[in-house]
Design a protein around this ligand. Structure first.
Ligand SMILES: [Ca+2]
Length: 154
């Protein structure tokens, strides 16, 4: 759907759009470009840290890592393709998930892939296990955030 446009083909996305529509991709691309302060076609850690939603999110750092993760390695720069692939996990699950052709690769917004994505946010050392310490670290961060929001209420 909507992946045939020439501007999108120029981005090298003609074969796969990760389920995004043409207008969504156009919007994502303009967001990507506005974040790319060094204008080198890739986002650095600092570029991501300027996103207000991530700056206030207790798991912001880990979400940034999720964008930068290639296999088990954290890359310094994220290109548009990688940006889009990470965001694809946040798309709503499609109703017809079960009726899809099992030979097709599972979409990134499937239940499994969403779970895997969340799991990776907790698995800091990428050993495919969440240790007690890793879980506690997340809980502590969330707790701080909750305390802060309570303080703001009073
Ligand atoms: Ca681990």
């Amino acid at each position: 759907i909507g992946c045939k446009s020439s501007s999108i083909q120029r981005l090298g996305l003609s074969s796969q759009c990760e389920g995004f529509s043409h207008s969504q991709i156009t919007r994502l691309f303009s967001r990507f470009t506005s974040l790319d302060k060094s204008e080198n076609g890739a986002l650095s850690r600092e570029d991501f840290q300027r996103i207000p939603e991530l700056a206030i999110n207790p798991l912001g750092d880990r979400i940034i890592n999720a964008f930068s993760l290639k296999g088990k390695k954290i890359e310094d720069q994220v290109n548009f393709r990688g940006f889009m692939r990470t965001l694809a996990h946040f798309r709503p699950i499609e109703d017809n998930e079960k009726s899809k052709d099992p030979r097709e690769p599972e979409p990134l917004n499937s239940r499994n892939n969403k779970l895997l994505f969340a799991f990776r946010l907790y698995d800091l050392d990428k050993d495919d296990k969440i240790s007690r310490e890793e879980l506690l670290q997340v809980l502590e961060k969330v707790d701080v955030e909750q305390k802060m929001s309570i303080r703001f209420l009073h």
